[in-house]
Design a protein around this ligand. Structure first.
Ligand code: ADP
Ligand code: MG
Length: 626
């Protein structure tokens, strides 16, 4: 039923806009439905509001709802609402002749940006969302009956070329009906199933019921709970929303519902998920938050609103003040996003601190699963890393089973202790036996054990907590703590004479050659025979580990072998004659054991033939007398 009325020309910029949309190769054309539903929802909201104040409206008892139907044969989709509707004049102005500043902005952005995909994503933001229908439509007819009494139904018709027509029409119920004849290449949308899917994806949180076909079953399931007051939302609703969002089975570790009116109107509902990895069913395919403005989804995976180390956070942000044009060039949008990001980041950190305080067991779970993200944040976040320090947990030599915070560590420090001591290693068990700990073990100092690969990264950013520097106990130039209540040095067994020791050092050097940077005595060891340390002036152990992580071929610099001149083994070794077969075997084994405990041995199994040789030697000897 083509319209007989006289064609009216679209405004110039709308013409250009249509031209771009009709020829766009944009793959996610389905967003046209979101735009039409969003308009219907706006019309329903207005109706809701009008009924509060006006008595004389058309059909006041009509259910406020949206219905979508499909004629699969004709390839026609119909979207109807019972909102405010439009008169004939309103149809003509609203859909084609009013000067929309957004159209101009869209065109400018299309010219400069060229990022069509993103533009189509945000077309609604330019205030020209309606026209996105021409990405899929051969023709569109909008038939409407205004809520104003004594007005008549009218319809608007366009094919996407330069003109449209308006004229009288038949319509009994208040509101707007949009018929879309799908283009050949858009027939996929002539399917209830497909439309249902699209509604679920993009318009699930529209406040009014959306029905598809003849069914009375509401397709959009939930209200936008993030826009409610936290007082009105029950725990089950939070958990249900999380499960709906992520399709996780487990409860989230914590949630954060942030609602603010000033200075920015923001609603955020964020979750610390149960675990970092998404399950295979998850509809969330990437990191990022769902970003809405006034309940309309504008970005499915927004990563600008949180720092990278909080990328595991799931949830929704709805910011009313986002400007129409949120394209990347927009300075205003960028500044606003930065402000929101700051607020949300602080809120998440606070939530985690609170979780740690209220529920240590849950926090331990958080730390075990997400600790690496926090460590990454400390390593990379220049400005604000200190805010993350309270979140960090460690095992320590005195509390190997507990998760100890820096605050706890500092509170337990011995009198006179001025540093926070830590040791790096590959796993808790080998670290526990490390020779670097001899002194600290003997004197009862607590030492933080850092055995995750991310720890070295973290240490790049965590050098000081409050007034206490962090100190690696393996550092060769370490000054030992001399607390007032430190026990008197126990009388160590007598050391090897300097002369004999010098002699032994020469034997070690002759045997190990280039493999070590130096061999020397140390007073730092009590139970251990030897240890490896970095030569003075070399790259710190932390950096070496970082390099090793990022560069497979990185070679750890040669180490200094330090020997304990008080140790019985060293004394006995110096008594062996130069041609004793055991001398090279023991020297090699001392060196390789030291490598092993440092986690630096390239091939531990290679030690086995030598160990066997040593056992044979030990058994071949006369049994030690008495
Ligand atoms: P925006 O929604 O940002 O205003 P659109 O291009 O999506 O821009 O819609 C243009 C205008 O058309 C709307 O502002 C509204 O006045 C009118 N309109 C569109 N759809 C409807 C509808 N379903 N009911 C009433 N008015 C509508
Ligand atoms: Mg709109």
């Amino acid at each position: 039923m083509p319209d007989t009325s006289k064609p009216i020309a679209f405004k110039a910029e709308i013409k250009q806009l249509l031209d771009i949309l009709i020829h766009s190769l944009y793959t996610e054309r389905e967003i046209f439905l979101r735009e039409l539903i969003s308009n219907a929802s706006d019309a329903l909201t207005q109706m809701d509001f009008i009924m509060l104040t006006e008595r004389d409206v058309r059909q006041p008892d009509l259910e406020l709802a949206i219905r979508i139907t499909v004629n699969e044969e004709e390839k026609i989709i119909t979207i109807s609402d019972t909102g405010v509707g439009m008169t004939r004049d309103e149809l003509a102005t609203n859909l084609g002749t009013i000067a929309q500043s957004g159209a101009k902005a869209f065109l400018d952005a299309a010219k400069s940006d060229g990022d069509q995909r993103r533009l189509a994503d945000v077309i609604g933001q330019f205030g020209v969302g309606f026209y996105s229908v021409f990405m899929v439509a051969e023709w569109v007819r909008v038939t409407s009956l205004s809520y104003k009494p004594r007005t008549r139904p009218a319809s608007w018709y366009a094919t996407g070329d330069d003109t449209f027509t308006v004229g009288p029409a038949e319509k009994d119920t208040r509101g707007t009906t949009i018929e879309i004849k799908l283009k050949e290449d858009a027939h996929e949308f002539a399917s209830e199933h497909r439309l249902r899917e699209i509604v679920k994806r993009h318009s699930d949180y529209i406040r009014y019921p959306i029905y598809i076909g003849d069914s009375d079953e509401q397709v959009n399931s939930r209200t936008a709970i993030w826009r409610q007051s936290p007082r009105d939302v029950k725990d089950e609703e939070y958990s249900e929303f999380y499960k709906h969002l992520t399709l996780e089975f487990d409860e989230p570790l914590a949630h954060l519902h942030y609602v603010a009116d000033a200075p920015l109107r923001i609603f955020a509902l964020l979750y610390i998920p149960a675990r970092p990895e998404r399950n295979v069913f998850s509809p969330r395919k990437e990191d990022g938050l769902k970003l809405y403005t006034r309940k309309v989804l504008i970005d499915e995976y927004n990563t600008d609103l949180l720092p990278p180390h909080y990328r595991f956070i799931q949830g929704v942000v709805d910011a009313d003040d986002l400007p129409l044009n949120v394209s990347r060039e927009s300075v205003q949008a960028t500044a606003l996003m930065a402000r929101i990001r700051k607020i949300l980041t602080r809120q998440i950190t606070k939530t985690l601190e609170k979780l740690a305080k209220d529920d240590a067991e849950k926090y331990a779970r958080f730390w075990e699963r997400f600790g690496d993200f926090i460590k990454e944040g400390i390593a990379s976040q220049e400005a604000d890393r200190e805010s993350l320090y309270p979140l960090v947990r460690f095992h320590t030599t005195t509390h190997p089973e507990n998760w100890v915070s820096l605050t706890e560590y500092v509170e337990r420090m011995k009198e006179g202790q001025e540093k926070v001591y830590y040791i790096l290693g590959d796993d808790d068990r080998s670290v526990a036996r490390s020779p670097h700990l001899d002194y600290f073990r003997a004197h009862g100092y607590e030492v933080i054990t850092l055995t995750s690969p991310m720890d070295s990264f973290m240490l790049l950013g965590l050098r000081k907590f409050r007034d206490y520097e962090l100190q690696n106990v393996a550092a060769p130039d370490l000054e030992l703590p001399k607390g007032e209540d430190a026990p008197e040095e126990e009388a160590a067994p007598e050391a090897l004479s300097e002369e004999d020791f010098a002699d032994l050092v020469e034997r070690f050097k002759a045997r190990l050659g280039e493999r070590v940077a130096d061999v020397r005595a140390t007073d730092r060891l009590t139970d251990s025979v030897a240890r490896l340390v970095d030569p003075e002036g070399s790259l710190g152990q932390e950096m070496q580990r970082v390099y090793k992580l990022v560069d497979r071929d990185y070679e750890v610099p040669r180490k200094v072998l330090e020997l304990n001149p008080h140790h019985a083994l060293i004394k006995r070794l110096s008594e062996l004659s130069d041609d004793d077969e055991r001398l090279p075997l023991v020297i090699e084994q001392i060196y390789e054991s030291a490598l092993l405990i440092e986690g630096l041995h390239p091939d531990p199994a290679a030690m086995l033939p030598r160990i066997q040789r040593l056992m044979e030697q030990a058994l071949a000897d006369e049994p030690a007398a008495g």
